[in-house]
Design a protein around this ligand. Structure first.
Ligand SMILES: C[S@@+](CC[C@H](N)C(=O)[O-])C[C@H]1O[C@@H](n2cnc3c(N)ncnc32)[C@H](O)[C@@H]1O
Length: 213
């Protein structure tokens, strides 16, 4: 499945995400804690597959950033009729240096693609970009456990491309180390398509706010 990577074939990758990538479940995770915030940031937005859930909220400004030029090009093309949606190759460090702030900040399935040092750095910069009182919503597939069923194990081994899958405790530790105050952490089962079963992944969904608020 590495052949079907987003940076080589972004449109095909998007089709796969929509067909068997659990997009419907993941979009529900991204929007579940959204409550009319005005400025949304998605870090690692790719082609905008999760971002599109926010088209349902016309009054917000949505900023998506990613390090993959081809993914961003496709996102721009897909959202060309939505002037309140901006996608760019800017890094999170750049946003934080420029003092840009947001009140709903999403990490959707990006941290399991980066090592702890990079993840910590991203999370710390995300804290700087979150307004006091703003929310950080982070969800990642949890590493499979020996007690998980064969279908989930098979799905992970054939389709999951992240090299840094973490346990719930490891993810929680990373998030707290970055100075994020945890409001909740939940396990969410994800099915591949639009039907509810079978489950093929377990995500840890964290809602937090910048520490000290
Ligand atoms: C698995 S994709 C997730 C895409 C989308 N958020 C979703 O849930 O479908 C992970 C994305 O994170 C991006 N990414 C990896 N490291 C990044 C970084 N340091 N800054 C921004 N994006 C990054 C990758 O290019 C990729 O588009």
């Amino acid at each position: 499945m590495a052949l079907l990577s987003q940076n080589r074939f972004p449109r095909l990758w998007l089709t796969m995400q929509m067909a068997i990538g659990g997009n419907a479940c993941k979009q529900a995770l991204a929007t579940q804690y959204y409550s009319s915030q005005k400025n949304v940031l998605e870090i690692g937005c790719s082609v905008g597959n999760i971002s599109s859930a926010f088209l349902a909220f016309p009054d917000l400004t949505f900023t998506g950033i990613d390090i993959d030029q081809r993914a961003i090009d496709l996102a721009k093309q897909r959202f060309r009729d939505a002037p309140n949606f901006n996608f760019s190759l800017r890094s999170l460090e750049e946003l934080s240096r420029q003092g840009e702030t947001f009140d709903y900040v999403i990490f959707a399935g990006i941290l399991h693609h980066v090592d702890d040092e990079t993840g910590l750095n991203l999370l710390k910069n995300a804290v700087k970009c979150t307004e006091p009182g703003g929310k950080l919503v982070i969800y990642e597939p949890e590493a499979v456990k020996s007690s998980d069923g064969w279908l989930m194990k098979s799905f992970y081994s054939h389709l999951e491309q992240g090299q840094y899958l973490r346990s719930r405790d490891q993810l929680k530790h990373l998030v707290e180390e970055a100075g994020i105050h945890l409001e909740s952490i939940e396990d969410r089962m994800v099915s591949p398509g639009i039907v509810k079963r079978p489950y093929v992944a377990r995500f840890n969904l964290i809602v937090g706010r910048p520490g000290g608020n």
